[in-house]
Design a protein around this ligand. Structure first.
Ligand code: ADP
Ligand code: ADP
Length: 226
């Protein structure tokens, strides 16, 4: 079964701008997949549609076999999304940022507490659990976003430039954490500006430009052609 299957996906914004011109994309379960492309290529639009934040104009999206239109709740439950901008309540503690998210998914309290601890530990934030999140460093905030996105144990994790603006050492340590999450069975789709990041993490890659996928291949085969 594919983790994500997209067919002929098109998006025209209300102002008439065509942001996606018929995208076809399959991501296999267990993959660590890179979506690369310049600014304005349509990456955020694509991720927005997959995560039901943006309405598509036409085409179909299915997530672990659940059609996003017909089986919306099941499809949405399969995904965790880490957006580019920090969008949690920065006056909450790290613990509560993750725990509140578990609440949105209706996870019972005891299980929510266990899962929150697991996710914070996995992102090496457990010792920061009582820190008000606005006091965290940039890299820690990014990791908190990932911990929050994982609380309901999604099978597919979508990371939109998860290490943007983070310095190189912290970025490398985040790579290890993401690799560990993938090893445990979570399919990951990553957008990034850093080719090195895609190169070290991802097995397969798609390049989007101007609302169209212009290249799809295994990472090692792409690199051998560069
Ligand atoms: P939809 O077609 O999904 O209904 P809209 O065209 O109504 O989306 O736009 C959604 C939001 O995005 C609006 O608040 C709009 O101001 C904002 N927006 C408009 N143009 C851009 C742009 N070029 N890049 C990012 N956001 C934009
Ligand atoms: P990327 O994430 O690859 O930088 P986006 O998906 O954000 O690309 O944007 C793709 C194109 O769609 C850009 O040209 C952007 O200006 C335009 N765009 C994004 N959101 C809107 C919107 N709400 N209304 C109109 N145009 C938009």
């Amino acid at each position: 079964m594919t983790a994500l299957s997209i067919q002929n996906l098109k998006k025209t914004y209300n102002n008439g701008f065509v942001a996606l011109k018929g995208v076809d994309l399959d991501v296999q379960r267990g993959d660590f997949f890179a979506l690369l492309g310049p600014n304005g290529a349509g990456k955020s639009t694509l991720i927005g549609i997959i995560s039901s934040l943006v309405n598509k104009s036409s085409g179909s999206v299915s997530i672990f076999g659940h059609d996003l239109d017909k089986d919306t709740v099941a499809a949405k439950t399969c995904i965790g999304v880490v957006p580019q901008e920090v969008n949690f309540n920065q006056f909450e503690t790290s613990m509560n940022v993750v725990l509140n998210q578990a609440g949105y998914y209706g996870i019972p309290r005891k299980q929510a507490l266990q899962r929150t601890e697991q996710c914070l530990r996995q992102m090496e934030l457990w010792d920061k659990r009582d820190v008000v999140s606005r006091r965290l460093s940039g890299g820690m905030k990014r990791r908190l976003m990932i911990a929050r996105a994982m609380v309901h144990s999604p099978r597919l994790l979508i990371l939109d430039e998860p290490t943007a603006g983070v310095d190189i050492e912290i970025r490398r340590s985040m790579w290890e954490m993401m690799q560990e999450v993938n090893k445990q069975g979570t399919t990951i789709i990553l957008t990034t500006h850093y080719l090195e990041e895609a190169e070290s993490l991802c097995r397969n890659i798609a390049i989007i430009n101007n609302g169209q996928i212009i290249e799809k291949s295994a990472m090692n085969s792409l690199l051998s052609r560069l």
